[in-house]
Design a protein around this ligand. Structure first.
Ligand code: IMP
Ligand code: MG
Length: 324
């Protein structure tokens, strides 16, 4: 029994989809399990030269791996079927590969309407907050009671614990800065985006092998709070990095990577493999800056910033740099 976890260690949009897609190809998994969030997420995946954007369905489906939407998620049923159709149209074989845990909660039209009225958080308006409110208020609707989901339902316990040996890749959505407990509350999403969130989906701690943290060499955030400082570098980063939301198309605010917050995210998640994406975008900008101790720290080159980060981000257990 084995589980690896992929988590975002910034405010989402760290290109987790790319990492998950890669691991699905290499990792010999029996299952891929999305463990939090709903269709607020937008995972952009390039598969065999074609671009796909998934919101609910885990990346395992591209390699014929059983792909489960876990109990930590909330599901918009219309969006789920739309996505299945789009994947099929793109030539992906989804039949008998995509499942929803029986105890996953449903996003209703009422949730969408409620979230549509949000003005203060800058949500994606996909009904997430209201769906999780009803879940914890004990008035939610479960997937197992939805009339259209019958053929897709799965019992997470039976599937993962009574089926012999399994190797599960747990795919997180959003990221540490949006986590309901550890993010910048109230500018957060309503689910558990850390590795702890994976455990809530019938994954025992003893199965966990690697926790992959995914970051970018700079940061982005989408939502109502002011995040981007006034600096001509950031509109350039947005342009070079094509930093526009995969779900809503909103421009993402940009900032330098904050190494203190990244360290906190690495430690709380227990990250032992850290991927830093979008180096090519930073090369285009050719300005090597990060925030440490609340101040900008400048480096002369890519290799200088990399070795500085590797020294700072040491795995507390293995005593070696987690940066790969
Ligand atoms: P909600 O998750 O739609 O309720 O939105 C809450 C906050 O999380 C807002 O600032 C959203 O922009 C942000 N958010 C939610 N999902 C994502 C995502 O997949 N990527 C980036 N930001 C997200
Ligand atoms: Mg995204």
């Amino acid at each position: 029994m084995q589980a690896d976890i992929v988590v975002g260690v910034q405010a989402g949009d760290e290109a987790k989809g790319k990492v998950t897609h890669h691991l699905c190809r290499e990792g010999n998994y029996t299952h891929v399990l999305r463990f939090n969030g709903g269709c607020n997420a937008g995972h952009t995946i390039y598969h065999e030269g074609k671009k796909f954007v998934t919101h609910h369905i885990p990346a395992g489906v591209f390699y014929g791996i059983k792909s489960i939407i876990g109990s930590g998620c909330v599901v918009n049923v219309k969006q789920f079927f739309k996505e299945l159709k789009e994947l099929k149209k793109g030539g992906i074989d989804v039949d008998g590969k995509v499942f929803i845990a029986r105890n996953t909660h449903i996003i209703t039209d009422e949730h969408l309407e409620q979230d549509g009225r949000d003005r203060s958080i800058g949500t994606t308006k996909r009904g997430n907050g209201p769906a999780y409110s009803d879940k914890y208020g004990r008035s939610g609707q479960l997937a197992k009671d939805h009339p259209d989901l019958g053929p897709y339902l799965i019992d997470l316990y039976e599937e993962l614990h009574e089926n012999g040996s399994v190797r599960v890749l747990c795919e997180g959505a959003q990221g540490f800065e949006l986590d309901i407990d550890w993010g910048d509350y109230p500018y957060v999403t309503s689910s558990h985006c850390t590795a702890a969130g994976a455990l809530l989906n019938a994954i025992p701690h003893s199965w966990i092998r690697n926790v992959w943290g995914v970051a970018k060499i700079y940061e982005t955030y989408v939502g109502a709070k002011q995040f981007e400082p006034n600096n001509p570098a950031f509109p350039l980063l947005r342009k070079y990095g094509e930093e526009y939301g995969a779900t809503t198309g909103r421009p993402r605010q940009c900032n330098w990577l904050n190494l203190d917050r990244l360290t906190k995210a690495v430690n709380i998640n227990g990250v032992n493999r850290l991927v830093i994406n979008k180096m090519d975008v930073m090369r285009q900008l050719d300005q090597w800056t990060l925030i440490k101790g609340g101040e900008e720290k400048h480096f002369k080159s890519e290799s200088e910033i990399k070795s500085y980060m590797a020294k700072q981000l040491t795995d507390p257990l293995e005593r070696r740099p987690v940066l790969i």
